[in-house]
Design a protein around this ligand. Structure first.
Ligand code: PEP
Ligand code: MG
Length: 337
C-alpha cells in the first residue's frame, strides 16, 4: 500500500536529492504498463531484442520507425538511451551467421561485431540519428574495450551524418553519445574514456562476469558471481568518480540497480541515475524517499574498505533496517497524533 501511494510522488531523498529512475526495456514491451510505474525515461533500450524478433535485419527506415514509435508512445520529454546492437555470446540471430568461437563471451560481440560489419551498423546508426531528430534520444555503445573503438565509432558517426545530409534527410546532429562500462579495461581507463563520451552507463551484469572471471549464466560458478564483491563495488566507484570529476552523467543499468542494498551503495557513490526492469521502479522510489544522502558518507567509506561481499551486504542491510525503524516510528507518531 505504501509503495502504491508513492507511485506518483517525486523520487527524492528525505534531504532533498532528486534521483532519476529509468527503465531497461527490450523489443516486446507494453509501454502503457511500463508508464504506470512512472519512470523518468528509458535508461537502456536493448535493441538486440528488436533484431531477434525480426526475420531479417531491419533496414534504416524500419529502425527509424520503431524508435520513433517507442518515443511517441513513451511520451514527450522523456529521455531514451538506445543501445546499439549487442549480439554475440548469449544473444544470437537466426538469420545471421556468427563465427564459431571457443569463448563467445570474450569474442566478437557487441561493438566489436558492429564495427566489423559497418553495413549492418550503418542502418542502425542512421535510423537512430533520424529518430532522434524529434525526440530526446541518446545513443550508447556496448562492450567498449579500448579507445580505438570509440575513435572508430566517432569517425563512423561523422560518415553516417554526412550521408544523411547528402540525401537531404533530417537527423539530430548533436546527439549525445554514451558507452556501457562493462569491460574491466573501461573501468581502468574511465578517466580517459570520459573525455570522449557524454555519459557512462555501468553494466554490472557483464562487468561482474568479466572482473570476476565468472560466467554470468553458469550455475556452477554461481557463488562467485556476486555484484557486491568488493572488486565490483570499487570498480563502480572509480567509474562514478571519473564521470563526476568531468561533470558528466553516470548511471547503472545492470540488474542490481533494482536491488535495495545496491541502491544504498550507488547513492553513497553519488550515482543519481538508475535504470532497472520496470517492476522494480515503485519499490526503489519508495526506498529512496526514506534515504538521507548525508547519512551515506560513512557507508561509502565502509563499503570501499570492506574485504568481502558478505560484509558489504551487512553494512548496507544495517542501513536498510535503520531507515525502516525510522519509518515505523514516524508512522506510529502520525497515528497517535
Ligand atoms: C549489463 O551487462 O549489465 C547490461 C545491462 O547489459 P546486458 O545485460 O544486456 O548484457
Ligand atoms: Mg552487457
Amino acid at each position: 500500500k505504501e509503495i502504491e501511494e508513492t507511485i506518483d510522488k517525486e523520487t527524492v531523498t528525505l534531504d532533498g536529492k532528486r534521483i532519476y529512475l529509468h527503465v531497461n526495456v527490450g523489443g516486446r514491451l507494453d509501454i502503457t504498463q511500463v508508464n504506470k510505474k512512472k519512470p523518468d525515461g528509458i535508461g537502456l533500450l536493448r535493441t538486440e531484442l528488436i533484431y531477434m524478433d525480426a526475420k531479417e535485419f531491419p533496414d534504416e527506415e524500419k529502425q527509424r520507425k520503431i524508435y520513433d514509435n517507442i518515443a511517441k508512445e513513451f511520451g514527450p520529454d522523456k529521455p531514451i538511451i538506445i543501445r546499439t546492437l549487442d549480439i554475440g555470446a548469449d544473444k544470437k540471430l537466426s538469420y545471421y551467421k556468427m563465427a564459431d568461437e571457443e569463448n563467445p563471451s570474450l569474442g566478437c560481440r557487441g561493438m566489436r561485431l558492429t564495427l566489423s560489419d559497418k553495413k549492418l551498423f550503418k542502418n542502425q546508426v542512421k535510423g537512430i540519428l533520424r529518430a532522434a531528430k524529434d525526440h530526446d534520444i541518446k545513443m550508447m555503445y556496448p562492450m567498449i574495450t579500448n579507445l580505438d573503438e570509440i575513435k572508430e565509432a566517432e569517425e563512423f558517426l561523422k560518415i553516417c551524418k554526412e550521408e544523411l545530409k547528402d540525401d537531404g534527410l533530417e537527423y539530430k546532429d548533436d546527439i549525445e553519445i554514451g558507452m556501457m562500462v562493462e569491460v574491466p579495461s573501461a573501468v581502468m581507463l574511465a578517466d580517459v574514456f570520459i573525455e570522449h563520451v557524454d555519459f557512462f552507463s555501468i553494466g554490472t551484469n557483464d562487468l561482474t562476469q568479466y572482473i570476476l572471471a565468472t560466467d554470468r549464466f553458469s550455475p556452477i560458478a554461481e557463488k562467485l558471481y556476486d555484484c557486491y564483491d568488493p572488486a565490483i563495488i570499487r570498480a563502480r566507484n572509480i567509474v562514478a568518480d571519473a564521470a563526476k570529476k568531468k561533470g558528466k552523467k553516470v548511471s547503472v543499468c545492470g540488474e542490481m540497480a533494482g536491488e535495495e542494498q545496491a541502491v544504498v551503495a550507488m547513492l553513497s557513490m553519488g550515482i543519481e541515475n538508475l535504470s532497472m526492469a520496470p517492476a522494480f521502479i515503485p519499490k526503489v522510489r519508495n526506498l529512496i524517499r526514506k534515504i538521507k544522502i548525508l547519512e551515506l558518507k560513512e557507508i561509502h567509506e565502509q563499503i570501499l574498505k570492506a574485504e568481502n561481499a558478505s560484509y558489504i551486504k551487512e553494512i548496507l542491510n544495517e542501513y536498510l533496517i535503520k531507515i525502516e525503524k525510522r519509518r515505523k516510528n514516524l508512522w506510529k507518531r502520525q497515528k497517535w497524533r
